[in-house]
Design a protein around this ligand. Sequence first.
Ligand SMILES: [Zn+2]
Length: 85
Amino acid sequence: MSLWTSRKLSNICVIVAVLLCLLGAGTKTAPLFAAVIVLLLLDLLQLAIFYRCPHCGRLLPFRQWATPVYCPYCGRELNTPDPDR
Ligand SMILES: [Zn+2]
């Protein structure tokens, strides 16, 4: 999975988690909140595996809606063409 796919997947996971929380807020359903926690843990796991610099392989700092342009470790450009598009 590419850096960009990992990032998109993470954004989707967070949006789904927020929606599930909103849906579950009135019902107080334990399995729903457990699903949210599992979803967010899986999201963190996929970020830890895939959200890395394609050049040096180090884990990139994650800010939800901002994509880094340069790797803070090796200084090389991360903004290579998105292979998913
Ligand atoms: Zn790097």
